[in-house]
Design a binder for this molecule. Structure first.
Ligand SMILES: Nc1ncnc2c1ncn2[C@@H]1O[C@H](COP(=O)(O)OP(=O)(O)O)[C@@H](O)[C@H]1O
Ligand SMILES: [Mg+2]
Length: 234
């Protein structure tokens, strides 16, 4: 495998059982992603964006074809291996922030490091650094219910990035945010992408997100209909 190619999808088809038949959500997809990309799957609702992210994130498996992520074939992972891949190497950001309501901001960000068994002093340093990235060090003791939408999404970014994953998957991350907060989180993610060389893959149909992407992969009806590198502006 070429060194910088961290995701490789070949002839991937995904079918879901529906009633007595099945529905084909992804049709013969071929895609590659390299380290450090800031790319987006763009398309109307139902075009297969979330299904694609779920397979890359080892939350789901191909029906046919191959999805290689960080050298592993997603279809061949056991539940435990998939969980370990996600916990160590893949961060997720969702439209609904999915913060744990009974935990503080600090504890929400710390959680994945506890699962990894990281020692206490290292953990504290990593959590505080992640909260600095998203400018929320003054909210460490707050519970999610006290946060605005923009703040909640920034906590979700810190939680996803604290383990310094190779891959960050963001499923419509701006959908519940106003324009100012959407730009704010996109700028933040672009900065982390550049500083940490994390590969970001978005799903979106938000123009505000699209303007930040270096690559736009257009999905329609489960197929890739366009794959464009955006021009670098001078
Ligand atoms: N678990 C499932 N069972 C049946 N159909 C599904 C399932 N998940 C997704 N689909 C269908 O697959 C299509 C693509 O869904 P999705 O990937 O969520 O699209 P998008 O994220 O682009 O809106 C939709 O028609 C959806 O209804
Ligand atoms: Mg979706």
């Amino acid at each position: 495998m070429e060194k910088n190619k961290i995701i490789s999808i070949e002839h991937l088809t995904k079918r879901f059982p529906v009633g007595k038949g099945e529905f084909t959500a992804l049709k013969d997809i071929n895609l590659e992603f390299r380290k450090g990309e800031f790319a987006g799957l763009v398309g109307p609702s139902g075009s297969g964006k979330t299904t694609m992210l779920n397979i890359i994130g080892s939350l789901d498996s191909p029906s046919e074809g191959k999805a290689m992520v960080l050298g592993r074939s997603i279809a061949d992972l056991s539940h435990q291996e998939a969980a370990a891949l996600r916990n160590r190497h893949i961060g997720f950001i969702f439209q609904e922030y999915h913060l744990l309501p009974v935990y503080t901001v600090y504890e929400n960000v710390e959680f994945s490091l506890l699962l990894q068994g990281m020692e206490a002093s290292k953990r504290k340093k990593a959590v505080m650094e992640a909260l600095e990235w998203v400018d929320l060090t003054d909210k460490v003791d707050s519970k999610p219910a006290k946060l605005s939408g923009g703040e909640s999404q920034r906590v979700a970014i810190a939680r996803a990035m604290v383990k310094r994953p190779e891959i960050l998957l963001a499923d419509e991350p701006s959908a519940n945010l106003d324009a100012k907060n959407a730009h704010n989180i996109l700028q933040l993610m672009k900065k982390l992408n550049q500083e940490l060389e994390t590969t970001f893959i978005f799903s979106t149909h938000d123009e505000k997100v699209m303007q930040y992407l270096d690559r736009i992969i257009s999905l329609e009806d489960g197929k890739v209909v366009k794959d464009e590198k955006m021009k670098v502006e001078f």
